[in-house]
Design a protein around this ligand. Structure first.
Ligand code: AMP
Length: 493
């Protein structure tokens, strides 16, 4: 299948060719004809599948008939509204609108909070056909009457599940109530919860369901690995991995804004070029951090889930979860940035004893076990073999402490001299996960004996002496649902 087969306008085909795309991705092949036919779509696709072009290209084609070179604002009413949960995603979608629409004279604008509202207001008053916006700032414009939705023909809700996580659904409903009833609506989401389905029911008419990945599935070419480690030595292990490998661009996820800055600072002190991106940084700082990372000036980008949402970074095969996410679905989102467009990527998680419950939830969600590899010199203490502490999971966990040991109060569960021990009883063993493989012990801070830049391969054929295989002890009982509920949203106005 080629883009020509999809019946796209020559102006769009030229832009696609300029972007270097030779053939449509599966979501594009499915979505483009449906959107061109004016139908509503419920799209199950995550970042990295090419979904943006899947809706932007046909949207541009449907609006192309309105393209006008007239300077009159009346000739440029808002005809398409694309809502995204974060500024970064808004910027990226806007970039795509510009890339694919460069030969179609439609006006476009991106609208998000954290920056001066006046230039946005002026641009809206001059007239613009395509608006990409975060909900909070768009409602500010509604309030100050700088935007009118009477001519909206197409609405796109991108990353609806993240909108829900961030508490934007009431804002979305307010915006929906202001739009013409006769319109085309497209909803994209990486995961489909009951709430998302309810939202889809209220906003879509007889939608065509397009799904390119299994629900709640991670992209297939990604290999998953976790290193059990003590909370105290996590950041040393991270530095060790970064120093002893040739990983080029590494996106490191942490749970909190504060943790992101501190970890980036720590890595810098270790001589590893790192930068952080999170909601407390100004838009300018976030853009600069992203630029540094994309240009290779910073090898490591430390990010929170919210800030990293929708980051479009080409050729990013390495994701390291310094902390597991608060909700398992975020693991899928994090990994959505690796293994793009069929390229192989890898996802490494540093997991301390308190996070084992979260790990079990993630494995349940992605329907596959994650291989455990102990890195010699960083073997976890006995608490990793103990029972999973039920109260330690869910909202927040203890994200700040994972940064390092200095602030950590004595818990009485500090690492014992013997790093690993067998469970004392069957009962104890039943409720924990044992590391399945141990990296060969080498002096002090040994080099990893695998190449983390390559997809992980099972070591079944490795010398027996180098490995300690143990039976997997999975929790027999289902892990209770998130104890703390959804994470506290970081509003992106
Ligand atoms: P998205 O899932 O929309 O965030 O797109 C992920 C990445 O895939 C972006 O960097 C796009 O530039 C790229 N992309 C989109 N469509 C194609 C295509 N047909 N062929 C190759 N790359 C593409």
């Amino acid at each position: 299948m080629t883009f020509e087969d999809l019946g796209l306008l020559p102006e769009l085909l030229k832009a696609v060719a300029d972007a270097g795309y030779s053939e449509p991705t599966p979501i594009q092949a499915q979505a483009i004809p449906v959107v061109l036919a004016g139908k509503d779509v419920m799209g199950g696709a995550q970042t990295g599948t090419g979904k943006t072009a899947g809706f932007v290209l046909p949207l541009l084609q449907r609006l192309a008939r309105h393209a006008s070179t007239s300077p009159s604002p009346a000739r440029h009413p808002v005809r398409a509204l694309i809502l995204t949960p974060t500024r970064e995603l808004a910027m990226q979608v806007h970039e795509s609108v510009q890339t694919y629409g460069k030969y179609v004279p439609l006006r476009d604008l991106v609208v998000y909070g954290g920056v001066d509202i006046r230039p946005q207001t002026e641009a809206l008053r001059r007239g613009v056909e395509i608006v990409v916006a975060t909900p909070g700032r768009l409602l500010d414009h509604v309030q100050q009457k700088s935007v009118n939705f009477n001519s909206v023909e197409v609405l796109v809700l991108d990353e609806a599940d993240r909108m829900l996580d961030m508490g934007f659904i009431p804002d979305i409903k307010r915006i929906l109530a202001m739009l013409p009833k006769e319109r085309q609506s497209l909803l994209f989401s990486a995961t489909f919860s009951e709430e998302i389905k309810k939202l889809a029911d209220t906003m879509l008419k007889a939608p065509v369901l397009i799904e390119v990945a299994r629900r709640n599935a991670v992209t297939e070419p990604v290999t998953h690995r976790m290193h059990p480690v003590d909370q105290d030595t996590k950041r040393q292990l991270l530095a060790h991995i970064l120093k002893t490998s040739s990983l080029k661009q590494v996106l490191v996820f942490v749970g909190t804004k504060f943790g992101a800055s501190r970890l980036a600072h720590y890595l810098e002190k270790q001589g590893i070029e790192a930068t952080a991106i999170h909601g407390d940084k100004s838009q300018q700082q976030r853009t600069e951090a992203l630029e540094d990372f994309k240009s290779g000036k910073a090898r490591v980008l430390v990010a929170t889930d919210v800030a990293a949402r929708g980051l479009d970074i080409d050729d990013l095969p390495h994701v390291i979860n310094f902390e597991l996410p608060h909700v398992p679905e975020d693991y899928v989102h994090r990994i959505g940035r690796t293994g793009r467009a069929g390229k192989e990527g890898d996802a490494t998680s540093l997991v301390c004893a308190e996070e084992r419950g979260k790990l079990a939830e993630i494995e349940k969600l992605i329907k596959r076990p994650i291989e455990q590899v102990v890195v010699a010199g960083f073997e976890p203490g006995a608490e990793f073999s103990g029972p999973v502490e039920k109260g330690r999971r869910g909202r927040g966990g203890r994200p700040e402490k994972a940064e390092g040991s200095r602030e950590k109060p004595a818990t009485g569960r500090e690492k014992p001299s013997s790093p690993r021990r067998e469970p004392r009883s069957r009962d104890e063993g039943r409720d924990h996960r044992e590391p399945r493989r141990v990296e060969p012990a080498k002096p002090k801070l040994p080099k990893l004996d695998f190449d983390p830049s390559k997809p992980y391969e099972s070591r079944a054929s490795a010398p027996a002496a180098a490995e300690t295989k143990r039976p997997s002890h999975r929790p027999k009982r289902p892990v209770p649902a998130l104890l703390g509920g959804l994470p506290k949203p970081e509003p992106e106005k």
